[in-house]
Design a binder for this molecule. Structure first.
Ligand code: C5P
Length: 245
């Protein structure tokens, strides 16, 4: 019994399971700056299993009927940090680090609400966490292995946003422009742009910046290699300790 207790103590001291070492890459930047496209490029260039893109958009809070009516008139702030359920996001990231299967909310931009369904994810090795406020919450910053800020010309951002919101999010051109100047642009200046200060890397031109993508991918590969070497060393040490008993 004493040996088992000692082995358990040794295990606690040396062994950290690989999922606890999950790599999380944060990508922040203006709406329409190309965060999602950059994330997709990184995933494709990495070409590894167990890599997922997690959008902070999934963690938008649902609105009350009154707020919802205002949102439909483009008169509600959906850009400030208060609009995102960061508590839930942090909870989910910690669950994943503990190796648990996690249910991620599914959000509807047409309805401005969370839907009844969820999406289950399990044991990723790399998470690309993208969203306008990916580098905002200190608890999230603590969990990130790399912090990226994507930069793009504001005219390009607005043009992309109009096209996307009208095609994919059930909006009108007038409504999209109204929301941009009432909320998106001022909140960008107040909360989104200052995140440059905490970024490790500022990427101009998003997914077109092949050099930056290659550097990011090399860095992720290097970190994964280091973590895997450390993990194997821990396992060897543990095996040795158990043999010695
Ligand atoms: O994908 P992207 O980073 O552009 O998503 C963030 C944007 O989505 C925010 O700028 C916010 O104005 C917008 N949004 C919206 N309607 C919602 C939730 C977010 O227009 N219901």
């Amino acid at each position: 019994a004493q040996r088992t207790a000692n082995a358990a103590e040794t295990q606690k001291a040396y062994y950290s399971p690989p999922w606890a070492d999950m790599n999380i890459i944060g990508i922040a930047g203006s709406s329409g700056s190309g965060k999602t496209s950059l994330a997709v490029e990184i995933v494709q260039s990495l070409n590894l299993p167990w890599v997922i893109i997690l959008s902070i958009d999934s963690f938008y809070k649902s609105l009350s009927p009154e707020e919802n009516a205002l949102a439909h008139k483009n008169e509600w702030d959906l850009d400030s940090p208060e609009s995102i359920d960061f508590d839930l996001l942090v909870e989910k990231l910690i669950e994943l680090k503990q190796g648990k299967r996690t249910d991620i909310p599914v959000y509807s931009f047409e309805q401005h609400q969370r839907l009844d369904k969820t999406l289950s994810i399990y044991s990723p090795h790399v998470i690309i966490l993208e969203g306008i406020l990916a580098l905002n919450d200190p608890r999230v910053l603590n969990l990130l292995d790399m912090k990226i800020f994507v930069e793009a010309d504001p005219d390009v951002c607005l043009s992309r946003r109009i096209v996307r919101d009208v095609r994919e999010r059930g909006r009108t051109i007038e409504g999209t422009i109204k929301q941009w100047f009432s909320y998106v642009k001022p909140v960008f200046q107040r909360y989104v742009e200052p995140q440059r200060e905490v970024a490790d890397l500022i990427v101009p031109r998003g997914m077109q910046n092949k050099m930056a993508i290659q550097m990011i991918v090399n860095q992720i590969r290097q970190t994964l290699k280091e973590k895997s070497t450390k993990h194997n060393e821990e396992l060897e040490k543990l095996g040795q300790q158990i043999e010695d008993y």
